[in-house]
Write a protein that binds this ligand. Sequence first.
Ligand code: ZN
Length: 290
Amino acid sequence: MKLVTLSTGSGPSRIGAVVDDGVVDLTGIGLPADMVDLIALGEDGLSRARRAIDGATVIPQGEVRLHAPVRPPNNVMAVGRNYNDHAAEFSASGFDASEQQMIPQHPIIFTKARTSIIGPGDAIVAANDPLTSTDYEGELAVVIGPGGRRIARDRAYEHVYGYTVLNDVTARDLQKRHVQFFIGKSVDTFCPMGPALVTRDEVPDIESRWLRTTVDGELRQESPISALIFDIPTLIATLSDAITLHPGDVIATGTPKGVGIGFHPPRYLRRGNVVVVEIDGIGVLSNPVE
Ligand code: ZN
């Protein structure tokens, strides 16, 4: 199922499921209005949603405004340098002079503030970056279903509710100036997500899907998800060894080669650009830059 958070007119946001000719309003038929609450219902919530879709009233696509599909209970968790080709371009950019090794031995984990989350079509406000070095990072995001602690690698997918597309927009010079990633990754509007949360059963072959990022139609990033250095089970096992994961938590899995800082000189985002991140079968996330 492709689940979305939507609103119509000036109404409150609600949960829907994408169907051929539009969206079915799941909240209107008794399911929760917040995606995290639906996720917490687990398989029961999904089967209620599936039953409800048949015969439900369909809202035409044009009448629906989509929002980020999920607002996680915690900061968005994210992974640095998780594709070999990106690790190489990042190293070559000279960004991190203290870097010990190009390919990390363990996942590099940081977080993005929840307040940076925006939806599909919403503007990335580059003017919020005081040092004008706004960069894009197209990524696959994993949405956690059943929470847990010390999740084993071979049980990890049981804790995946689904997937969405995420743009880990980054203020590079802020990231560098303040050493830790948090501020440069958390600028307001710097976490576009969506358009849909695609449930795990729809994409059993997630690692064979491809990710592409374009800026104004020019291809910048293209990679299979299988090129991840640390795969999805490893990320879930590593995080949950230390942190209890909760339903609705989001893990951005890292970006492949082709980010703006990898060019000489860097090609950062400018007002008027449109950034599109696409993952086969998951969705197309398009955001203008203001
Ligand atoms: Zn990233």
